[in-house]
Design a protein. Sequence first.
Length: 126
Amino acid sequence: MSIVDGMANGLGYAVVLAIIGFFRELLGAGEIFEYEVLSGQWYTPNQLMILAAGAFFALGIVIGIFNAVKAVTFVMIMTTILNYVIYHFVLVPFGLVHLLSANTVSYSPLALDLAQESAGPWRLCC
């Protein structure tokens, strides 16, 4: 087990280093693998990103992106659960299902109630 754990940690560290290197090259020189991505006509290369301190800025960018994605995913999951609970424990028991519009849409990462296959009348918002 410790071999698998060590391999997973090493692979994760390598992925993070590759992502940081990608951002440093892109923002520092405007190039990826010596191909100009950010045009020199409107982009001025940021030499700070190429220096050692630029790694900390790149790490901050990567952490910020991961935190933003994690927050959006959490909100989507909580909205889906709340919609499910409201439908099954409020609307159905009290006979209020007819209040739902047939055109409502929900973005559901959990796919509760097989949301991808059926219209799912529990879709209340979003």
